[in-house]
Each structure stands twice: as structure tokens, then as C-alpha cells.
Ligand binder design. Structure first.
Ligand code: FE2
Length: 373
């Protein structure tokens, strides 16, 4: 199989080689304005694509929402690229992934809301270039879109990017809090994947590789970063992405979306808010696991990776990591109030909740939320 992943210093230049090899002349670049400039990717792209016809199109909003999706789709139909490059955080990557497959769809809202779409073809090949180390969106067969602040997932193998370019220098400019949330997303995704109902031997392998890398490098990357930490965290995020592309995520993700949409908390940070609570919940209820695999064995693997003996040590260690990278866990300090419960409960992603190995009902969730005050 032809090489599809390019990881390492100056790997951004592979856009040029891919374009030359495949004779792509019209290139559409989707990006986030701030990250493109701050990462230095804009100057690099100007050089790399100097002989090509290309256009850069920016997203407007921080969440991947319907407004930006429609603009991306319009741009694709208008510019008619023969290659799309998505360069940015998870939101840009997800918008590019969906728009590239929904380019001729007239009924976006209804199709997304009812999960009724037939993903058969994409407009053009897609190169994904993450500028944060976290979401793993470069590797997943699904993408997030918010409609009226509710999160939906578009799923299908075809939306996976065709090429992945990871150029660690590009993530060195990510603001600290965004990088911290992103790294925590990768860690949560790898952990959730380990115990997800849909996990397989292959996804477990990716999770283990991912967690080993991120545990070694995450705190250093946030507090004293260098090329090496950026490299390790990028690869950790990629492997966590590969893990959840197989297994999907579980309860902490299911609950996280309203925190992001209504309280403005960054995705990875929002996931972390209940990660420890659900780990404890699942461990306490091990006997009730619906999984085909032995859930206690999976917990043992997680304990080993984190070098801890039991669930309390595990959650303590995770809390420590989060606090060392500056992620707040207090609902009070984050201005999450009890009134927000109804939004959270109403907007829980039940699809993700069903991947949890233990059945969770709304009362369990209420209890977990109540314990946060
Ligand atoms: Fe995530």
C-alpha cells in the first residue's frame, strides 16, 4: 500500500509531493485563521504551493457547526478543488471531512439529525494536518457537527482523510490551555477506548501505545515543550484516534458535549470533568459488565500503564496530571451551576453512552453530577 501517513520534521512539504505525483493542480485549504498564522503554516504553504492554484478558506466559529459546514460546502462547489487540505484543530478537520462528503446533499440538517445519509463518494482526496495534538480527527471515520448546540456524529469509512501529515513544529504554537485540553482528550479517548463495548485487540493495542507516549510526554509538553514532546503527543493523539475509530468513545464523551456547547468548556477539558467519576463507576460495577471481554483485565492493563495499584490511585494520578497542566475540575470555578443539569441530561449523547460497558441510567448520571458540588 502506498504511504498515507507522513510524520516528522517538515513533513508538511509532502503536500507538494502528493500534489505532484497525483497531478492535483487546484488545492483548497480549510483552516483556522489564528492557528494557521501562529503555527507558521501560512508561510510554509505559500512556499510549498507557489506553483499551484490554491485558496485558503477559514472557519468562523469555534465549534464545528452547521453555519461553517454550509460555507465549506459552498466553497467546495464553487472552487472545485482536486485536492482539499484541512489544517487545524479537530473542528477544522471535522468540517472538512463532512463537507467533502456532503458536497451534493441538500438536506443536511434532516440527514444529520436522523443519521440518514448515503456516504458514497467524496468531492476530492483529503489531506488532514492537525495543528493540535489531541482529537485524533485525522484518523477517525467519524466527525462531529453541532446543530442548534446539539452534537451529532457523521460516521462512515469514506470520511476518513486519505492522507495524514503530522508536522510537530506546527503544534508548538498551540496556546497552553488549548494544548492541555487537547492532550487530555487524547488520554481520555485512549482510556475510554480500552473499556468501550466495541473495543478489539487492535484498538487496545493503539490505546496502549498512545497512553505510554502521552504519559511520558504530556505534562512536559504543556509546561516545557520542545520538538520531542510535540512529536510524542502528536503520535499519541494519532494512535488514540485510531483506537476510537474502531471502538468509539464512552460515557465521559457522551456527557461532555453540553459542557462544551453551553458552558464553553474546551472539548478535552469537558471530557476530563467526568472521566474519573465514570472510571470509578465502571470499576465499582465490574460484575455488571455487558462486555464480551474481561473488563477487570482491561482495568489491570490501565493500572499497569499508569503504574498504580488500584482505582483510587488511578483517579488520583489522572487528577494530578490534569491539575499539573492547568485543567480546572471544580464545577463552581467553571461556573457550571445546578440549573445546567437539565441541559446536560437533555443533550447527552445516548449513542456514546451505550458503548459504556456498564448500563448507566439518568439517575446514575444525576448522582455523579450531584457529587460534583
Ligand atoms: Fe474527544
Amino acid at each position: 500500500m502506498k504511504k498515507k501517513e507522513f510524520i516528522g520534521k517538515n513533513s508538511l512539504e509532502n503536500i507538494k509531493y502528493i500534489a505532484e505525483e497525483k497531478k492535483f493542480d487546484k488545492i483548497l485549504i480549510f483552516a483556522g485563521k489564528k492557528s494557521l498564522r501562529a503555527s507558521g503554516a501560512d508561510d510554509k504553504l505559500n512556499k510549498i504551493l507557489s506553483k499551484k492554484k490554491y485558496e485558503i478558506f477559514y472557519k468562523n466559529n469555534s465549534l464545528p457547526d452547521l453555519e461553517d459546514l454550509k460555507k465549506f460546502i459552498f466553497k467546495i462547489n464553487n472552487f472545485k478543488p482536486d485536492l482539499i487540505v484541512a489544517i487545524g484543530g479537530g473542528a477544522v478537520l471535522d468540517l472538512a471531512k463532512i463537507s467533502n462528503c456532503f458536497f451534493d446533499l441538500d438536506t443536511i440538517e434532516i440527514s444529520v439529525q436522523n443519521s440518514k445519509y448515503n456516504l458514497k463518494k467524496k468531492f476530492s482526496p483529503l489531506i488532514a494536518v492537525p495543528t493540535t495534538a489531541g482529537s485524533g480527527a485525522e484518523a477517525t471515520a467519524n466527525a462531529v457537527i453541532y446543530i442548534d448546540k446539539k452534537k451529532y456524529s457523521v460516521e462512515g469509512d469514506i470520511i476518513k482523510p486519505d492522507y495524514i501529515i503530522i508536522d510537530p513544529d506546527l503544534i508548538l504554537s498551540t496556546p497552553k490551555l488549548i494544548a492541555a485540553a487537547a492532550g487530555m482528550d487524547a488520554i481520555s479517548q485512549a482510556i475510554e477506548s480500552m473499556i468501550s463495548m466495541k473495543s478489539t485487540d487492535e484498538s487496545v493495542k493503539y490505546s496502549i501505545i498512545s497512553l505510554n507516549d502521552s504519559l511520558k510526554s504530556f505534562e512536559k509538553h504543556i509546561n516545557n515543550q520542545n520538538f520531542e514532546t510535540a512529536y510524542k503527543m502528536s503520535v499519541a493523539a494519532l494512535n488514540a484516534g485510531k483506537a476510537i475509530s474502531i471502538s468509539k468513545t464512552t460515557a465521559p464523551h457522551a456527557l461532555s458535549y453540553p459542557f462544551t456547547a453551553f458552558n464553553g468548556i474546551a472539548h478535552g477539558h469537558a471530557v476530563y470533568l467526568t472521566l474519573n467519576d465514570f472510571l470509578k463507576f465502571n470499576y465499582t460495577n465490574l460484575q455488571a459488565s455487558k462486555s464480551k471481554f474481561d473488563l477487570s483485565e482491561r482495568f489491570k492493563i490501565i493500572f499497569n500503564i499508569f503504574k498504580v495499584e488500584n482505582i483510587n490511585e488511578l483517579t488520583y494520578k489522572i487528577s494530578n496530571i490534569a491539575s499539573n497542566v492547568g485543567l480546572e475540575n471544580s464545577f463552581k470555578k467553571l461556573n457550571i451551576i445546578k440549573k445546567d443539569y437539565e441541559n446536560i441530561l437533555k443533550n447527552i449523547n445516548t449513542q456514546r453512552l451505550s458503548n459504556n460497558p456498564i448500563d448507566i441510567n439518568l439517575n446514575d448520571i444525576r448522582e455523579i453530577l450531584n457529587s460534583k458540588f
